[in-house]
Design a protein around this ligand. Structure first.
Ligand SMILES: NC(=O)C1=CN([C@@H]2O[C@H](COP(=O)(O)OP(=O)(O)OC[C@H]3O[C@@H](n4cnc5c(N)ncnc54)[C@H](O)[C@@H]3O)[C@@H](O)[C@H]2O)C=CC1
Ligand SMILES: Nc1nc(=O)c2c([nH]1)NC[C@@H]1CN(c3ccc(C(=O)N[C@@H](CCC(=O)O)C(=O)O)cc3)CN21
Length: 331
């Protein structure tokens, strides 16, 4: 499919024919012979899963070490109340246990050039960090010279020889404070800037509770870039927890659909897993062209529980049950 092969061309537009072809492929049902393909895709995305943990979440880091395969990418969330010591220690523990730590750097919360230089040096030298995720940070005003992720990438301190891959944020449902055009333009510019430094870009998408915006976002992104994309999903958690985090993180419409989908009040007491999203993603006829690399799990219900659940999905420990609306994935 040509929309995907047009690697990183400068124009973000795709032709109407390409758009229509991919659009119908997104929604086209798979033929009867394809549950095996769906199963294979789901297990593949689960095997490639990465996880997020808060720097001070010692239990989450313990669970990562106990449950995940060495080499797994574990990103370390930048929370405003954490200090650099906690960020370096979390990454170091993960590296020493054989994982690939990916600390987040929130541009607006870095106080000076010197702060960035010291933090990046420590992460690379003391914690063996080779990959970072850069974001602006959820504050109105920058506390130092870095207004957004692009400013971090452009800084002198960023050119650490140890850094090989830089992850950027993708927003399938947009962002409450930043319009679509700006998100796309800044993402394209960041990808180019990362490449200009000789580093490899990648995208991790914001969690979302509906496959449709994810597929549409990927379709649009693939028309411009051949860059690895990890699909952000919230791990299994109670619906109240998911709604609370959705509000904190500015995840809108799909979170409201979570409530609609929970038909009875009793459902509020049951954990919500991203099963239907996973199924919808894997059933997409355009799957091959959209090239998702793997899932990125935000384990709001705890890393241990999320890792156990993903592990069982990766091992094929789920059933694909034909139903009126498609296949049900159950543990
Ligand atoms: N994806 C994730 O896991 C996380 C995302 N975020 C937030 O998502 C937002 C999206 O941008 P990034 O991926 O960081 O890309 P970015 O740093 O390239 O910012 C994209 C554009 O949005 C503007 N912008 C960023 N935050 C803003 C805000 N709060 N209000 C108004 N304009 C803003 C920036 O100046 C820039 O022009 C940021 O506010 C970021 O802090 C925060 C924490 C985690
Ligand atoms: N726009 C935006 N802002 C964010 O802060 C944000 C996103 N997006 N996308 C997802 C990540 C993941 N985030 C988080 C935030 C908090 C914890 C966390 O574990 N916090 C507390 C518990 C807080 C609670 O339960 O209320 C902790 O113990 O560290 C984890 C991931 C924040 N994130």
């Amino acid at each position: 499919m040509s929309a995907c092969r047009s690697k990183d061309r400068s124009s973000p537009t795709i032709t109407v024919t390409e758009a229509v072809t991919v659009q119908s492929a997104l929604t086209a049902p798979l033929s009867a012979a394809e549950p095996a393909t769906v199963r294979e895709r789901i297990a593949g995305l689960a095997r490639e899963a990465s996880y997020e943990v808060a720097a001070r979440d010692a239990r989450g880091i313990d669970a990562a070490i106990a449950r995940l395969s060495p080499g797994t990418l574990v990103s370390v969330t930048w929370l405003p109340l954490d200090d650099d010591e906690a960020r370096v220690l979390a990454s170091r523990r993960l590296r020493e246990a054989g994982f690939e730590p990916v600390p987040h750097i929130a541009a607006r919360m870095v106080t000076s050039d010197d702060h960035l230089q010291r933090l990046l040096r420590r992460l690379c030298d003391e914690a063996g960090v080779r990959q970072l995720l850069v974001i602006s940070g959820d504050v109105k005003q920058a506390s130092g010279p870095f207004e957004d992720s692009a400013a971090l990438i452009a800084s002198a301190a960023f050119a650490q020889p140890a850094l090989s891959r830089i992850w950027l944020g993708g927003y399938p449902e947009g962002h409450p404070k930043v319009d679509h055009a700006t998100l796309n333009a800044t993402l394209d510019a960041k990808i180019a800037a990362v490449r200009a430094l000789g580093m490899t870009p990648g995208v991790i998408t914001q969690f979302c509770f509906d496959a449709d915006p994810i597929l549409r976002w990927l379709l649009d992104f693939r028309a411009r870039h051949d860059v690895p994309v990890r699909i952000g999903l919230a791990g299994p958690a109670g619906i109240r927890t998911l709604l609370r985090f959705a509000a904190i993180c500015g995840v809108g419409a799909s979170a409201r659909s979570l409530v609609t989908r929970s038909a009875s009040i009793a459902r509020l007491l049951v954990d919500t897993t991203p099963d239907p999203i996973i199924r919808d993603l894997a059933e997409t006829a355009a799957y091959h062209d959209l090239q998702p690399m793997g899932f990125h799990l935000f384990p709001f219900g705890g890393l241990d529980r999320t890792a156990r659940w993903m592990g069982s999905v990766a091992a094929g420990g789920f059933e694909l049950r034909a139903s009126a609306s498609g296949f049900q994935v159950t543990e």
